[in-house]
Ligand binder design. Structure first.
Ligand code: ATP
Ligand code: MG
Length: 416
């Protein structure tokens, strides 16, 4: 394009004025280009209009000029610069990153924070994740569905639910699409997937938890947990491959390494022995601590799939294992030491379901419509749920899950 006329829109990242030359680093989501005004090359008027405050939003008309010494191999010689909307208030922190800003300040001003190229890269990667997930599922013949966010009863027990007023009744925000995706399979849709917001009123304040998250879910009819595991492995491997292929620049900018798309599968019982051999004491029947999950990934690899957990640490709808009555056909996928997905074969026998609901200390009356559906031709089925923000966190190397949600909702944050 050397010599071509172009019109660029973007933000003023930095201005350097060294007398006879003025530089603007002009930024948009795709990167930064240098606009160079040299005395003699451009009019005095244009030189003057280049003295803009950082973060001004501008239109630059100019000519592309090849320059082997500049970062991109070219720069822009301006013929006109228009300040599209002069700044009326101060920018709360340095978009350049030269002065680091606290995450709370950045999140309070997310529209400014999104101008940081690091933040842009995180959401470029997240976009690839969503596209890749949909591609894998569609290719395997899955139908994308939507499930309700407003529900009458809890999915997995009464705690951790946000109550809302629903006309003259009370309702809740769904903590998972679990029951609905199962109903879709029982309804003969056979293979369904969804990308849905779910809400968890968990009070803990950690770098791994949000109160509104996006779940990527799948449910398969005529399937057991091993079928579901095969699908999950494929989806996650494809996501990593697609991100490595499509987001090379973003990963580089973030100094992130997505890791090897190789999944090591291990039974819970075996994982318990392995941890004990490594002096991370755990008894059969206990759930893993975060430290233990981290250790499993250090020993076995970036992606570890643990299957057949003890019944009592899993949701009531998990199918008991035929060979070992202590465990159920459930599984978790760990990625770089963090749980990113949970799944299971579901109980499809109504009496077994009632029994399990009781054993988990819940009231089967609350699950009437759910249990009754299993009396009317429910096939064996299995599925999983993959947390979008946690997966993004591990792909991008972010230390705080809030970085991986455009407008995070946590214990205190409800704005913007
Ligand atoms: P954890 O025990 O790690 O808090 P969980 O087992 O309660 O998670 P699940 O109900 O299994 O979570 O949810 C499925 C997936 O959704 C998880 O594997 C995780 O990726 C994601 N997820 C669940 N809760 C949260 C949360 N509060 N914040 C962020 N992601 C979450
Ligand atoms: Mg889980």
């Amino acid at each position: 394009m050397d010599g071509s006329e172009v019109i660029l829109g973007g933000w003023v990242h930095e201005v350097r004025n060294i007398g006879k030359i003025v530089f603007i680093l002009l930024r948009d989501h795709s990167g930064i280009v240098q606009v160079i005004g040299k005395e003699g090359d451009v009019s005095e008027n244009v030189m003057h209009s280049m003295n803009l405050p950082k973060e001004s939003v501008v239109m630059v008309k100019g000519r592309v000029k090849k320059n082997g010494e500049s970062k991109l191999g070219f720069e822009i010689v301006p013929s006109e610069i228009v300040n599209l909307n002069p700044l009326e208030s101060a920018i709360p922190f340095e978009v350049t990153g030269k002065v680091p800003a606290e995450i709370d300040v950045r999140l309070d001003n997310r529209h400014i924070d999104l101008r940081r190229l690091d933040t842009t890269s995180i959401f470029n990667i997240q976009s690839t994740v969503l596209g890749s997930f949909r591609k894998t599922m569609a290719k395997d013949g899955f139908t994308e569905i939507r499930t309700p966010a407003l529900v009458e009863a809890a999915t997995e027990g009464g705690a951790d639910l946000f109550k809302v007023e629903y006309f003259d009744r009370k309702a809740f925000l769904a903590q998972s699409p679990q029951l609905y995706k199962q109903l879709a399979v029982i309804g003969g849709m056979d293979r369904v997937f969804m990308v849905v917001p779910v809400f968890r009123a968990e009070k803990h304040n950690t770098v791994f938890h949000l109160n509104e998250i996006t779940q990527m879910d799948a449910e398969l009819g005529f399937a057991d947990h091993n079928d579901a595991i095969r699908l999950l492995k494929k989806a996650v491997k494809n996501i990593i491959k697609d991100v490595v292929y499509s987001n090379e620049q973003d990963l580089k900018r973030l100094s992130a390494d997505a890791g090897e798309p190789k999944v090591t599968e291990i039974r819970y019982a075996k994982a318990v022995s392995l941890l004990n051999e490594n002096n991370l004491n755990i008894e059969f029947g206990q759930d893993f601590t975060r430290e233990q999950e981290g250790a499993l990934c250090s020993i076995l690899g970036d992606l570890v799939l643990v299957k057949e957990y003890p019944k009592r640490v899993r949701a009531f709808y998990s199918m008991p294992n035929e060979k070992d009555g202590r465990v159920c056909n459930s599984f978790d996928l760990l990625y770089k030491g963090l749980e990113i997905s949970s799944g299971a074969q579901r109980i499809h026998k109504p009496e077994m379901l009632v029994q399990s609901i009781k054993e988990h200390g819940l009231d089967s009356a609350d699950f009437d419509f759910y249990i009754n559906a299993f009396r009317q031709g429910a096939p064996p089925h299995a599925g999983w749920s993959l947390g979008l923000e946690r997966l993004t966190m591990k792909l991008t190397g972010a230390q705080n899950i809030r970085e991986c949600c455009l407008f995070p909702r946590d214990r205190v944050r409800l704005k913007p």
